[in-house]
Design a binder for this molecule. Structure first.
Ligand SMILES: [Zn+2]
Length: 129
């Protein structure tokens, strides 16, 4: 069940600060629920009435990149880790340095950002008598 939001914050400084994607940001405003999408903002919200809409309507829900391991289009593994400041760190295994090309992410392999690449794993046989 999603929260119904009656006011949204339109403070330009808050809108520029990066989206919190509905993670927190709810404020009780005159007894109704307000939502500020800004990250690490002060209390100088500029409330605009929404008429009462689900919170998902107030931020971009398209293709959220979350922590985990992805397979890139070129076959490399891409590890996405949350950083302390709420941003995401992206590391590419075996990336060719200096090309500056975009990497297209494919399927998500795991929610674990440390998922190992086993595609080159060799089978080792243990000797047994
Ligand atoms: Zn705000």
């Amino acid at each position: 069940m999603s929260a119904i939001v009656h006011f949204e914050c339109r403070n330009p400084d808050h809108l520029r600060s990066g989206s919190r994607r509905g993670n927190g940001g709810l404020v009780i405003h005159h007894g109704s629920v307000g939502y500020c999408d800004g990250m690490h903002v002060d209390g100088a919200h500029r409330w605009v009435a929404t008429g009462g809409i689900p919170i998902e309507y107030l931020y971009d829900t398209s293709a959220p990149l979350d922590a985990g391991t992805y397979r890139a289009s070129g076959g490399a593994l891409v590890h996405v880790r949350p950083a302390r400041n709420g941003a995401l760190l992206v590391e590419v295994d075996g990336a060719q340095r200096g090309h500056g090309s975009d990497i297209e992410l494919g399927a998500k392999l795991s929610d674990d950002p440390n998922w190992p690449d086993l595609s080159d794993a060799r089978v080792t046989l243990l000797q047994a008598d």
